[in-house]
Structures are given as structure tokens and as C-alpha cells.
Design a protein around this ligand. Sequence first.
Ligand SMILES: NC(=O)c1ccc[n+]([C@@H]2O[C@H](COP(=O)([O-])OP(=O)(O)OC[C@H]3O[C@@H](n4cnc5c(N)ncnc54)[C@H](O)[C@@H]3O)[C@@H](O)[C@H]2O)c1
Length: 289
Amino acid sequence: MNNVGIIGAGQMGAGIAQSVAQAGMQVMLADVDLAIAEKSKAGIEKALDRLVGKGKIDPSDAVSALGRITPVADYAPMTDAELIIEAATEKEPIKQAIFAEAGKILGPDAILASNTSSIPITRMANHSPDPARFIGLHFFNPVPIMGLIEVIPGLATAPETTERMRAFAGLLNKQVVEVQDEPGFVVNRILLPMINEAVFVLGQGTASIEDIDKGCRIGLNHPMGPLELADFVGLDTCLDIVMVLYNTTGDSKYRPAPLLVKYVEAGWLGRKTGRGFYDYTGDAPVPTR
Ligand SMILES: NC(=O)c1ccc[n+]([C@@H]2O[C@H](COP(=O)([O-])OP(=O)(O)OC[C@H]3O[C@@H](n4cnc5c(N)ncnc54)[C@H](O)[C@@H]3O)[C@@H](O)[C@H]2O)c1
């Protein structure tokens, strides 16, 4: 694998681009416009500089990894990509429109993968150019640090596509769990109900933001509390995933916590907007309630 296209240059697209470039592959990075893809590359440069500063990678490796990332204005340059990874906003109509556009340039052997957190792969494959070459490739945030990829074949995905994605994960030095196409796959199916419940607990006034997180950090030995983690994932993404679990199963146990909905309506989306359950505008995060 030498050439990878990435569509969606937000926190996940940037992390995937960095990891793929560090593994020696060429990356073409697209978003809704060139300026966003360029800004994303500037963010990757900072992330690589931090790794150099900590002595984790050589300065020359950082320069060559960055040199392998090309922001692009549209998908035309991705004609030679052997793999295109969609990492755009977790909204099905947005993803469907991307698959239709990507279908116009997807090479005859190339694979189209989605980094969706929760949308059914089989259903999205039906809107893709070739369902046999469509697959879920679920990375974890922050991608350069997290060592897992969930590989999710849809009903029509060819076994060869799954094998090629296992090999790709190996190139990135990541472990794979292969998961059937069920809502939320494995990790989010377990994680999101916990985050959602933490927001119910907060909304009912049972404990403060700090104490909910402290309780889970110390009592469960989790590295982060659920509300800190929600801010890190993005509250809009959390709500989108909970809604997919709720709508696809019809099970009321997945109904979203009203306070989570309110925070998203307020535009308080977590770290990426400077405010979620914590305020990130100062030197250290401060609880907002
Ligand atoms: N945040 C996480 O922890 C996490 C983890 C695993 C998977 N995911 C999934 O990754 C995907 C992206 O999430 P994120 O956290 O990076 O979100 P984000 O909001 O940081 O980035 C989304 C990006 O998609 C771009 N975008 C929107 N419409 C587009 C279009 N039509 N064409 C190209 N780009 C478009 C946006 O401009 C934005 O830059 C989602 O499907 C999400 O569920 C997120």
C-alpha cells in the first residue's frame, strides 16, 4: 500500500493522515475545501513537532512524514489511491454524498473504507460504488497513540477486502478486532451508554462533573472519567452515536440524556470548541457546572 486518500480532515482525519504518513505511505487529504485540509496539515505539523520535542521521533522523520501529506481541493488526485478512508462528520447523508463523489474516481481495485463510529456498514455499502470493496475501519482517538482498529465487514464485503485491511492495520502497527456489523460495533456499544449515563447522573444533580470523573478514574481505574472523555470525543459525535444506537435498535435504554442534547444545542461540543463539560480556554480544564 503506497497511496491513501482521506476525506474529512477533522480530528480523526488528521490523526489517520499522520499515522499513515509516519508509516511511509503517501496521503492525500481532502475536506469541504482546501483551506480546511491545509489547516489540518498545519495541525499535524505541530503534533509531529511535539513528538520531536519529546524525543519520540527524529526531526528528519517528522519532515519526511509531513512531506508525504498533500492537502487536496477535490477527489480527482485520489484516482491512484489504493485505499480511500472517509472520516467526515458522523451524518449519513454527508457520508453518502462523499461515497457518490468518491465512486467517480475510485480505482478498479481500490477499497473505500468508512471511519464511522456507529452507522451500519452494510447500509452505507449500498450507497458505495462497489459493496464488495467497502468496509468499516474504525480508528480510535488520538489515532497516532491508540493501538486499535475495529475492522467491520458489511454483508457484501469480500473476504479479500477484510484481509487487505488487516494487512494495512499491520503497516500502521495497530491491533485489529474484527467485528460484525451491529450498531456501535463493540467498543462504542459499551462506551457510549456509559458516557450517556454519566450525563444523566450529572443532569439529575447526583454528583459534580469533577466527582463523576474522579469516581470513574479511581473507582474503575479508568485513565479518564466519562465526561472528560466525552469532551475529548466531541459531544456532537457522542450524541450522533447514541442516536444511531437508539434509532437502529429502537431500544429505549439508548435514549440520549437531555443535558447532552442541550450542550450540543448550545454549541458546547468539548475540546474542539473550547467548552464542553469543562472549559478549555485557560491553562487547565475547569468544570463548567
Ligand atoms: N472523535 C472520535 O473520538 C472518533 C473516534 C472514532 C471515529 N470517529 C468518527 O470519525 C468521523 C469524524 O469525526 P471527527 O471526530 O474527526 O469529527 P470532526 O468534527 O473533528 O471532523 C469532521 C470533518 O469532516 C469534514 N466534513 C464535513 N462534511 C464533509 C464533506 N462533505 N466532505 C469532506 N469533509 C467533510 C468537516 O469539515 C470536518 O473537518 C465521524 O464519522 C466520527 O464518528 C470519531
